[in-house]
Design a protein around this ligand. Sequence first.
Ligand SMILES: *Cc1c(COP(=O)(O)O)cnc(C)c1O
Length: 428
Amino acid sequence: MYEQLKKAYQQMGISEKVFTLGEKIENGLVERFSRIDLVTEYNQMKVLHAMQEHHLAEAHFSPTTGYGYNDIGRETLEKVYASVFRTEAALVRPQITCGTHALALALFSNLRPGDELISPVGKPYDTMEEIIGIRPSKGSLAEYGIHYKQVELLPDGSFDYEGIRRSISDQTKMMTIQRSKGYLTRPTFSVSQIGELIRFIKKLHPDIICMVDNCYGEFVEMEEPSEVGADMVVGSLIKNPGGGLAPIGGYICGTKACVENAYYRLTAPGLGGEVGATLGLNRDFFQGLFLAPQVVGGALKGAIFAANIYESLGFSCVPDARESRHDIIQAVTFKDPEKVIAFCEGIQYAAPVDSFVTPTPWPMPGYDCDVIMAAGAFISGASIELSADAPMHEPYTVYFQGGLSYHHAKLGILKSLSRLEEKHLICL
Ligand SMILES: *Cc1c(COP(=O)(O)O)cnc(C)c1O
């Protein structure tokens, strides 16, 4: 059987040396992987229980059109999400175009002119800079007279509690807390760290709304930030919670007051959540959510496999090979543009879609240097599927994430290694 497997990998362009290294690394991860399986198992029960609790039925998969009044599938989906995230309410819609849109919605709907927003965790995700108006942009919060402050993390990556306490004013209405490091090299926060931060803020000012950007964090742990005090958790359905099946969408789960505001902002004052046809997408949302714990578990194993293999070859990885995980992103620093390109080529050549194209660095809007991106996804841009990208500047770090199954993520990593070997950039 083992020989057959080796042959199958050879057919995929994986040399015996690369295959053998992969097996050696994988054998050392058995215990680690079994702990991930435990989280997957727990989250599978959580999702299944929510579906049963709300009597999910075939009728919920029927498409609605037009205004979408009385869309029982949509209503049930939102109840199931609220249940999974243990919140009073949820807004889960295909009309939310992406994660950035969901975040903008959460902010614009709950802030009013004169209010102040604080990020207590330093610089937020790139696209948030334009929502907030850190980089001037049309329609930003700044244009509406909503002010922004940020409190940097301490040099060791921990929260600057004293700085946060001092930053709060009478105008402070909301805190935006980003769980994942995104494409920075700070550590990702655990749910328990986020809980500690929220408890600190609420103790000072119980009325400050704590919103968590939950992108890439869903189902990585047994708890979500909404279980440790967050008033809103926000994310994208083409990342973790869509399980690779949701073709579009975003979610906001939180208190009734916050989510209601978001309903009125998404549609119109007076309409709220009562309209919004789902056009036959409900089944994919439900089925994707059902599969999400499994998919996230596989992506996490892939990230850990990558860190262990690349660290064994002397490259520095964030998170490193051993530390605990709070999102699915893996950064590998190559300090060499050629290696970055070879890595991304390998990821692309391992894809189920567009495996025959070669990614190249390209100028991208919003970036001050060329960027290389590898993705061959069923859902365009879905980063829960195997994907990698890198801005082409020092220290030449690749950010890698996803994989709808562990075995696909593993192949992607082995393929990246093969590409490095073929181009004589590493010696095994
Ligand atoms: C992906 C991501 C976003 C934005 O989501 P898009 O769907 O790309 O608009 C925001 N914050 C974090 C931390 C993310 O990872």
